[in-house]
Write a protein that binds this ligand. Structure first.
Ligand SMILES: CC(C)(COP(=O)(O)OP(=O)(O)OC[C@H]1O[C@@H](n2cnc3c(N)ncnc32)[C@H](O)[C@@H]1OP(=O)(O)O)[C@@H](O)C(=O)NCCC(=O)NCCS
Length: 164
């Protein structure tokens, strides 16, 4: 299967919102995001201004995954992979791409908030990739995980096609 990884473009935003609403676990609809003031318009503004960096994975013309991080906070805001495409290394590659983008922009500390439920895939996914709990939780009960600064990514990340 040929997959293409590249930085997100403004035209990807509707598909990113659509995918976020139908992940197998932890789906968040556009309506729920709007309550948090996260809308296609606000996302367009934050990407255009450089406050967020996003990477996408395409299968043909279809968006099957994306990840987004915030600059300068260093927060990984989301990693989302289409249910039919889980378990193929897409989430890892997108996460590492965003991590590298944030580090190249000077973010010294990378962190994220994730479910504390060991039964969800993201719990083991982040730990397997070296993220560690800080002991802190956020207002939603999610636990805060972090990576040490300047860790080595497994392999260079460049816009490319890949076979999974
Ligand atoms: C969590 C999520 C992003 C993972 O994406 P994915 O593409 O299925 O994960 P990958 O295939 O890239 O897995 C990367 C590595 O983590 C490992 N891994 C994944 N889940 C794991 C788990 N629960 N326990 C242990 N290892 C796990 C994989 O085996 C793989 O290991 P390898 O690199 O040594 O081969 C995806 O399941 C998803 O979108 N979930 C719903 C949305 C969500 O909860 N996002 C996170 C919060 S925003």
């Amino acid at each position: 299967m040929t997959l293409t990884f590249r930085e997100a473009r403004l035209g990807d935003i509707p598909a990113m919102f659509e995918l976020r609403g139908r992940t197998r676990e932890n789906p968040i609809s556009a309506g729920e995001l709007a309550v948090l003031d996260i809308t296609p318009e606000s996302t367009m503004t934050s990407i255009a201004s450089g406050r967020t960096c996003s990477w996408v994975c395409l299968h043909g013309a279809s968006l099957v995954g994306f990840a987004t991080g915030n600059h300068p906070s260093g927060e990984i805001l989301v990693v989302a992979v289409s249910p039919d495409f889980e378990g193929r290394g897409i989430g890892k590659k997108l996460l590492h791409s965003v991590m590298e983008s944030l580090q190249s922009r000077g973010c010294a500390r990378l962190w994220l908030a994730a479910s504390p439920d060991p039964g969800v895939r993201s719990y083991g996914f982040y730990r397997h990739l070296g993220w560690r709990p800080t002991g802190q939780t956020d207002a939603h009960g999610d636990e805060i995980l972090e990576r040490t600064p300047n860790h080595r990514l497994e392999r260079p990340v460049t816009p490319n096609s890949d076979v999974a």
